[in-house]
Design a protein around this ligand. Structure first.
Ligand code: LLP
Length: 418
């Protein structure tokens, strides 16, 4: 459920017509509903209310500090994968003890930053990374809480680019070698082995892969207990899918019930790292139709947002619903909705049936709240777009549109060219 709806033929986010935001901030822009974000967090987090748990929002899915703050105020923590994400989360006011740090390529300076900040734990993805964390901890005189990220070798049955829990993926430590890795971790100075973690993939639309992963981790946890490890946290990652088109992913309550059937009696605090399920359907990208153009082969709707603003269709062939901001009787067309970028892969929709929109109109590309702005770039020297948060009948610019000045910030012409 989300808070984008037509009222009297105009598309609203909560109580604000999208046209109104377009007139004030120009196009394109991302818009998010405060009510949807809050509700999604409460539904997800509330689904586990019977158990000690911590919901750590995956910052990579939407890193705006206003969004982070909203989840933090709701009691959430964060899952980060870089020093930059830690910086953002701290700016947003996160409690460092609610930060988990994942990712296969943590650098020494990032590890030190996290140790200085006092994060809860590192989800460690290799033996060498473990050594690097131990070395940094020793150098800075800190102790590092660690979980090993286990690759459970389960098929998340999702797009290959976003599947992470198979042996062939670069993520985590092979479950068969994990006991060995735990034994070694325990011998390292300044390291506290406190958790077990996994993340099997993203946009997962069934409960079974999550349950399979949990079952495998339980076996490992049993062995760890036998060997005297004191594990406090079981981090089950993120990955719960959403409806973009006609997918029917489990509701958070169903996902929670499936997991709790196997986790209820475990003496650990469960950690979750949801991204998409919290923000995906809470946001849209609003863009203006610049031109209509027909070739013998195709009908094109050329809009002012491109693959630099929303790369998911180009990268994963993903489907985002497209709605005209003004609803009225129209003839239906079949068209490619394309951006201004000089690449044939620059499209938001291909061969899409949609209402015949006119030049100058606004359209909303739906379900764009996750991996939308956060994956955007300046390609073709396009300033990144504004982000707007709607709450009731007011809207707030939570990131200004970039300027041309912003584009060249930090660039220099060497003196031999002066
Ligand atoms: N935890 C870890 C360690 C992750 O790598 C990810 C996502 C998450 C949590 C959050 O997963 P979620 O709940 O959002 O599925 N750019 C792609 C998605 C890449 C996901 C990367 N990792 C897309 O646009 O579909």
């Amino acid at each position: 459920m989300n808070d984008f709806r037509y009222r009297n033929g105009r598309l609203y986010c909560e109580d604000v017509p999208l046209e109104k935001i377009g007139s004030a901030v120009g196009t394109p822009f991302y818009v998010y509903s405060h009510a949807t974000l809050k509700r999604h967090f409460r539904v997800f987090d509330g689904a586990f209310s019977g158990l000690p748990h911590l919901t750590c929002f995956a910052v990579k899915s939407n890193s705006n500090i206003a969004i982070l703050r909203l989840f933090i105020e709701e009691g959430g923590g964060v899952d980060i994968v870089s020093g930059g994400e830690l910086y953002r989360a701290l700016k947003a006011g996160v409690d460092p003890e609610k930060v988990v740090y994942s990712g296969v390529g943590k650098k020494a300076e990032e590890i030190e930053f996290a140790l200085e900040a006092g994060i809860l734990m590192f989800n460690v993805e290799s033996g060498q990374e473990l050594d690097a964390i131990a070395a940094c901890a020793k150098r800075t005189g800190k102790r590092a809480g660690v979980a090993l990220r286990i690759n459970p070798d389960v098929d998340a049955e999702t797009h290959p680019h976003i599947s992470t829990g198979l042996k062939e993926n670069k993520f985590g430590i092979d479950i068969e070698k994990s006991l060995e890795a735990y034994r070694r971790a325990r011998t390292l100075e300044n390291i506290d082995v406190i958790g077990v973690s996994c993340h099997i993939g993203s946009q997962v639309t069934k409960t079974s892969p999550f349950v399979d992963a949990l079952k495998r981790l339980k076996k490992l946890l049993g062995r760890l207990e036998e060997e005297g490890f004191v594990i406090r946290y079981l981090d089950l990652g993120g990955g719960l899918g959403i409806t973009y088109k006609d997918e029917t992913p489990p509701e958070p309550a169903e996902y929670a019930a499936a997991l709790m059937a196997f986790a209820r009696d475990l003496p650990y605090t469960l950690i979750f790292e949801p991204g998409r399920v919290l923000v995906g359907n809470a946001g849209a990208l609003v863009t203006k139709v610049l031109y209509r153009k027909n070739t013998d082969e195709k009908d094109f709707v050329i809009v002012d947002a491109g693959m630099n603003d929303l790369i998911r269709p180009s990268l994963y062939d993903s489907y985002h619903r497209i709605l005209p901001v003004a609803e009225r009787e129209r003839v239906e067309i079949v068209a490619d909705v394309v951006g201004p970028i000089c690449e044939s892969g620059d499209y938001l929709a291909k061969n899409r049936k949609l209402p015949g929109v006119d030049q100058g109109e606004l359209i909303a590309v739906m379900s764009a709240g996750a991996y939308g702005f956060s994956m955007s770039s300046n390609y073709n020297s396009r300033p990144r777009v504004a982000e707007v948060l709607v709450r009731d009948d007011r809207f707030y610019v939570i990131r200004e549109r970039e300027t041309y000045e912003d584009l060249v910030r930090g660039e220099r012409i060497p003196e031999f060219h002066m």
